[in-house]
Ligand binder design. Structure first.
Ligand code: IPM
Ligand code: MG
Length: 358
């Protein structure tokens, strides 16, 4: 029987609530499918661990995680820890240490969920945002000098390498090719950022020659925000820099109805290292512990993980169950319902038990 080792890192805020919901649903799926099993290792890393030990994860953690086939991650960030400390303590060392250079963010309007855009329903907004995840504005290059003095200076250097841009471009064209509409929009700000992003445009043109089946266009990031709102149907696959795609993906999630349903995968397409899958929403202190966190993002995240592991049939069954449960109106308050995390999870387990996975 096929077996996969999953490293579960629920971490902070609503992370533990949604990851345990996701694991419950995965268990139901495994029981139903019968063709594979998951061995889950649980890690208690995160802000509570940091308060006790002064680090977010122990030394040697990447070597431990490397044994996993995939990482299922909740959220990192706590009210009493500066965000840049928590981020650079846990999530970014994994993304960068494991060269998870492709961040994929599928977005669509699920049945039963209402987009804030008038007349936009399932089918009108069905996007895949591919985010460069290893360099760009998140490269961690820069510094500060003359701290506290009037002359203080800080630099934050965006790094764009030919290798980095070409591989994400190739990945994005490849993803576009697999989708029904086979269209890619390359987003930059190459009018104002005349070095790195002009290189993006040049590399996009070069790589496009290898993907004759994919149509593509270019958009500046500011214009892209308007296009997402005004012509969502014109968009299929999108590729953008680390920061631009970060911003666009929040807009995308809001336009699809809620950040509470948005999943992501931090993927190492070379498969040298395990890839990491997580809901986009983050810790959400305002609702932590209230039992009303939307677990749909973590279910969809689990589907991305299964797909990456090669279990496409189970992934598809999981998404059918998500759509059934949403369409039936079993929704948490962020998407206009009254259900709790546990109720949505129970409905998912029922839907999976009743599905034929065919
Ligand atoms: C995301 C998040 C993170 C990011 C934050 C938590 C640093 O916004 O995954 O989109 O910017 O990468
Ligand atoms: Mg973000």
């Amino acid at each position: 029987m096929r077996s996969y080792r999953i490293a579960s890192i629920p971490a902070d805020g609503i992370g533990p609530e949604v990851i345990s919901a996701g694991l419950e649903v995965l268990e139901a799926l495994v029981a139903r499918d019968g063709g594979f099993k998951l061995e889950v290792d649980h890690y208690d890393w995160g802000s509570a661990y940091y308060r006790k030990h002064g680090v977010f994860m122990p030394e040697g953690s990447l070597a431990t995680l490397k044994k996993a086939d995939a990482i299922y991650f909740g959220a990192v960030g706590a009210e009493d820890v500066p965000d840049h400390i928590s981020l650079w303590g846990l999530r970014l060392p994994i993304c960068q240490g494991f060269d998870q250079y492709a961040n994929i963010r599928p977005t669509r309007v699920l049945p039963g969920v209402t987009s804030p855009l008038r007349d936009v329903g399932p089918g009108d907004l069905d996007w895949l945002i591919v985010r460069e995840n290893s360099e760009g504005e998140y490269a961690g290059h820069g510094g500060r000098a003359h701290r506290g003095l009037p002359e203080e200076v800080a630099t934050e250097v965006a790094i764009f390498t030919r290798v980095g841009v070409e591989r994400i471009m190739r990945y994005a064209f490849g993803q576009a090719q697999k989708r029904a509409r086979k269209h890619l929009t390359v987003v930059t700000k190459s009018n104002a950022q005349k070095f790195g992003l002009v290189m993006w445009d040049e590399i996009a043109l070069e790589v496009s020659a290898d993907f004759p089946g994919v149509t593509w266009d270019k958009e500046l990031v500011d214009a892209m925000t308007m296009r997402m709102v005004r012509k969502p149907q014109s968009i299929d696959t999108v590729v953008a820099t680390n920061l631009h795609a970060d911003i666009l993906s929040d807009l995308a999630a809001a336009l699809a109805g809620s950040l509470g349903v948005a999943p992501t995968g931090n993927v190492d397409p070379s498969r040298r290292y395990p890839s990491m899958f997580e809901p986009i929403h983050g810790s959400a202190f305002d609702i932590t512990g209230k039992g009303i966190a939307n677990p749909v993002a973590s279910f969809w995240t689990a589907a991305l993980m299964l797909e990456h592991l090669g279990e496409a049939r189970a992934a598809a069954a999981l998404m059918v169950a998500v759509e059934q449960v949403c369409a039936a109106g079993v929704l948490t308050p962020d998407v206009g319902g009254k259900a709790t995390t546990k109720e949505v999870t129970a409905a998912m387990v029922e839907a999976i038990k009743g599905s034929n996975l065919g």
